[in-house]
Ligand binder design. Structure first.
Ligand code: NAD
Ligand code: IPM
Ligand code: MN
Length: 358
């Protein structure tokens, strides 16, 4: 039996609802493959602030240091909207990403065939097998530049070094070389200096990958292209803020933001979380779609523990539950079976039991 230690950081609002099912599922699949997944809970975000006076408490940092991977729910919400900027729940998330050095945020956008009619885009536009990978730079750019407020003036500096761009570009080209071999780099090089450097650096990295086709888009056009012709994309490579915005936009193509998982990787351990936030508007009502979080768990098993088969079983089970028509409200279109968060988890568990018997 192998043992892996995982820091479990549910966070705020829906955090507990989305992570508890995913943990049960991972434990079950782990057991089937003789892998003991040991979860240790820690507070982050608003929960950290309430418990320990900081959105990324020392105690949580220490749990992370002893873990092989980090599994996170979501942070933030109205309860902490008025705390000082440097203590906001979101700051805890930025700090943990920085501390772990997870510079590459992988956000795969796939359309499950049974959700095609739920996408706001026409079926003729999304086609059959939409499969985009957004590679978002995660620990640089405008999120991490100098910030300040002087009276009625405020600023956030956006800067990138060639080295920061190079390492994220490498991740994108490596990924593309194993996929459809196309990278679209998204920037604003017609206006921003940091984007000019971004573009030049990406061009340099591209030379090492002659088999991968590189194209560039300005971010405004990219936002439009995602809606009029998403199939043109294979890997989208972009900066921290552009990636944040484009991935929420891209998520609805797949039916709902509640479907999109993510993996954040760097030199050390990985961080796995859904792309959505803490959804305060539906928290505590058994309404939230747990699939993005469950699929983030599959990404963790694959990327951190090399458990490809186990990851596939989880992904397949989600697919089967969708095919059978069990839907939370965000992906319900009026004719399927409307169910709550807990029931979705139970249905996925049932499929997992069946697949594990095979
Ligand atoms: P949000 O992603 O939390 O919610 C946006 C909308 O999508 C809401 O209507 C919500 O109900 C819905 N939604 C989100 N996830 C869903 C799911 N799994 N199933 C069904 N519906 C879902 O974004 P927001 O409302 O702008 O932000 C709320 C809080 O979350 C803020 O404090 C924000 O800073 C924070 N946030 C955190 C993260 C994170 O922890 N990674 C990401 C985004 C936002
Ligand atoms: C996300 C979120 C975060 C981000 C916020 C909450 C800091 O929107 O994970 O996409 O902007 O990275
Ligand atoms: Mn976001």
């Amino acid at each position: 039996t192998k043992t892996y230690k995982i820091a479990l950081l549910p966070g705020d609002y829906i955090g507990e609802e989305i992570t508890s099912g995913a943990v049960k599922i991972m434990e079950r699949v782990g057991k089937a493959y003789n892998v003991d997944l040991q979860f240790t809970r820690g507070a982050i975000g608003g929960a950290g602030l309430d418990e320990a006076g900081h959105p990324f408490p020392e105690a949580t940092k220490n749990i992370c240091k002893e873990s092989d991977a980090i599994f996170l729910g979501a942070v933030g919400g109205p309860k902490w909207d008025n705390v000082a900027s440097n203590l906001r729940p979101e700051r805890g998330l930025l700090e943990i990403r920085k501390e772990l050095g997870v510079f590459a945020n992988l956000r795969p956008v796939k359309i499950h065939s049974s959700l095609r009619d739920k996408s706001p885009l026409k079926e003729s536009i999304i086609g059959d097998n939409l499969d985009i990978l957004i590679v978002r730079e995660l620990i640089g750019g405008i999120y991490f530049g100098e910030k300040g407020r002087e009276g009625d003036k405020a600023y956030d500096v956006m800067s990138y070094s060639a080295e920061e761009v190079e390492r994220i570009a490498e991740i994108a080209f490596e990924a593309a070389s194993k996929r459809d071999k196309r990278v679209t780099s998204v920037d604003k090089a017609n206006v921003l200096e940091s984007s000019k450097l971004w573009r030049e650096t990406v061009e340099k990295v591209a030379k090492k990958y002659p088999e991968v086709e590189l194209s560039h888009l300005y971010v405004d056009n990219a936002a439009m292209q995602l809606v009029i012709n998403p199939r043109q994309f294979d890997v989208i490579l972009t900066s921290n803020m552009f990636g944040d915005i484009l991935s929420d936009e891209a998520s609805v193509i797949s039916g709902s933001i509640g479907m999109l998982p993510s993996a954040s990787i760097g030199k050390g351990v990985g961080l796995f979380e859904p792309i959505h936030g803490s959804a305060p508007d539906i928290a505590g009502q058994d309404k939230v779609n747990p699939m993005a979080t469950i699929l983030s768990g599959a990404m963790m098993l694959r990327h951190s523990f090399n458990m490809e088969e186990a990851a596939k079983i989880i992904e397949k089970s989600v697919e089967l539950v969708l095919e059978k028509g069990y839907r939370t409200g965000d992906i319900y279109s009026g004719t399927e079976k409307l169910v709550g968060t807990k029931e979705v988890v139970e249905k996925i568990m049932e499929e997992i039991e069946v697949l594990l018997q095979k």
